[in-house]
Design a protein around this ligand. Structure first.
Ligand code: PLP
Length: 500
């Protein structure tokens, strides 16, 4: 299996190269040249297998240059019971006869980014070895919260790598911030950027496309790579859990082999929902994808009208990991919908860069709308969804998952669609404890309480245990308190690497 760039079909590289490189030279994203197929018989076979076997099966279809043994080492190194607290790795929770939560947050940082970022460092070091790489890999990450910590945990003390994480100064939750500024590891660095997530992300993109700087780093034995969701090594592990969820529903007789399901994904960068779409392209029976956004509803408008327009005000919401106006992975979706037309993608991306806006053809729009539904909700509706679901069933959702549930409820009210539905549950409620508690109680209940009192309160209310990785933050020392302007990010990298 070879990989093209979304902006240049003449580029054809192995998966090891695509993973090592992160972004293609002309700014495009790596995509598989074709999609391997999975039959219903194979899906039925998966039902009786462990998560490791399911991952080996799905990943092996894409990472064809990895030996079976190398792949196995990546999988068993990443998805351990010690790190995920459960052999299921990504368990499915039944809310009622039609709604299931795919819980993707049992990893070390309590959010779904762990599903990809625990395995990416293994992919990357294997890819380096396979391609004869001797330079030290420098991972640059712009994060709206969850990616940063998950990447730090994934890469810390991995030989031959260093990692620098930038997060928007006021765009992450207290817990997320604490998780990052107390990060341990000899090869890590963390800095806050004055601005929002897009400022941080654009800053990182600028560094990546700076040819002169790349040469300078190269002279010093460094090679930049990305752990952002644009890296193919981030996306491909996410395809696995959609097959895994379906396999679990078969195993527990909730569905019959071949039944179509709906998949709802609380969306930001469009990575998680794209992985679900790729699973369908491979043969997973899916009826509708429901793209759920918060008040930053650029994707809702896009899917409904075919016009992508990021020229709108940016909202800071209680689901900060979805506070995004440029969804990078949408580029891969456009490439697919346009029939792998690199010219169209390059053109649309140029328009986006120039004017912040583009419109897709009627043909692309029609294909998109056939499969995708989209809606959004504001913070108030998100809070009501948390409270309503808790009152009805005792299940506590985090704020991102609640956006998914709220949008799903709007969808069923609008369409009366009774198809069984899997909602991607993307974070532990403990990670966003303050907003969750305000939803369950009120503002007064949380006033004047610190993060750790809130964790205790939520434990009592939910009957769930505080995840150990969050409880122990209390005794950690703060190591990183740098705040930089967005045009200073390159200097921060240089300082950390000691290059001039
Ligand atoms: C990253 C993240 C999302 C959005 O996922 P995308 O792949 O960027 O669409 C949703 N919820 C949580 C908790 C996240 O961390």
């Amino acid at each position: 299996m070879q990989y093209h760039s979304t902006r240049d079909n003449s580029i054809s590289v192995s998966s090891a190269y695509a993973i090592k490189q992160g972004l293609s030279v002309e700014g495009g994203l790596f995509v598989p040249e074709s999609f391997p197929t999975v039959t219903l018989e194979q899906i039925s076979w998966l039902a009786d297998r462990s998560y490791h076997d399911r991952a080996q099966f799905v990943l092996g279809k894409f990472l064809t240059d990895f030996s079976e043994d190398d792949l196995k080492k990546c999988i068993t190194g990443a998805y351990t019971k010690e790190k995920f607290g459960t052999d299921a790795i990504a368990p499915v929770y039944k809310l009622n006869n039609s709604v299931y939560f795919l819980e993707l947050w049992h990893g070390p940082t309590c959010a779904f980014k762990d599903m990809a970022l625990q395995i990416l460092p293994h992919f990357l070091t294997t890819s380096m070895r396979m391609t004869g790489e001797s330079e030290e890999i420098i991972i640059l990450v712009a994060t709206s919260g969850d990616t940063g910590k998950a990447a730090l945990e994934g890469f810390r003390d991995v030989n031959g790598t260093r990692i620098i994480v930038f997060y928007p100064d006021n765009g992450v939750s207290e817990i997320q911030k604490l998780q990052m500024i107390t990060q341990r590891g000899d090869n890590v660095s963390v800095a806050a950027v004055r601005g929002n997530f897009d400022d941080a992300q654009n800053g990182v993109k600028k560094i990546f496309t700076d040819g002169e700087y790349k040469t300078l780093l190269g002279r010093n034995g460094f090679k930049l790579s990305s752990a952002n969701s644009i890296n193919w090594g981030r996306l491909v592990p996410q395809i696995v859990y959609y097959f895994s969820a379906y396999a679990d529903l078969i195993k527990s007789n909730e569905i019959t082999l071949g039944d179509k399901i709906n998949i709802v994904v609380p969306t930001g960068n469009f990575g998680n929902i794209l992985a679900a779409y790729y699973a369908k392209k491979m043969g997973l029976p899916v009826n509708k994808f429901i793209c759920a956004s918060n008040e930053n509803n650029v994707l809702t408008d896009f899917i409904r009208t075919g016009v992508y327009d990021k020229n709108r005000s940016f909202h800071m919401t209680i689901s900060p990991s979805m506070d995004i106006l440029i969804s990078s992975n949408l580029e891969r979706f456009l490439y697919d919908l346009s029939g792998q037309n690199d010219r169209i993608v390059a053109e649309l991306m140029a328009q986006l860069a120039e004017t912040g806006k583009y419109e897709v053809s009627d043909d692309i729009k029609a294909k998109m709308q056939e499969l995708f539904d989209a809606d959004c909700c504001d913070d108030k509706e998100t809070m009501s969804a948390i409270k309503k679901t808790f009152n009805e069933s005792g299940y506590v959702m985090d704020t991102h998952t609640a956006v998914g549930k709220c949008v799903y409820d709007k969808y069923t009210a609008r369409t009366a669609d009774k198809t069984k539905t899997v909602i991607a549950s993307t974070a532990s409620p403990f990670k966003f404890n303050q907003s969750v508690l305000i939803a369950l109680e009120d503002y007064n209940a949380v006033a004047g309480k610190d993060e750790f009192e809130l964790l205790g309160m939520l434990e009592q209310k939910s009957g769930m245990k505080v995840p150990a990785s969050l409880a122990e933050l209390k005794d950690r020392t703060i190591i990183y308190n740098t705040v930089v302007d967005k045009d200073q990010m390159k200097n921060t990298v240089s300082d950390f690497l000691k290059v001039e």
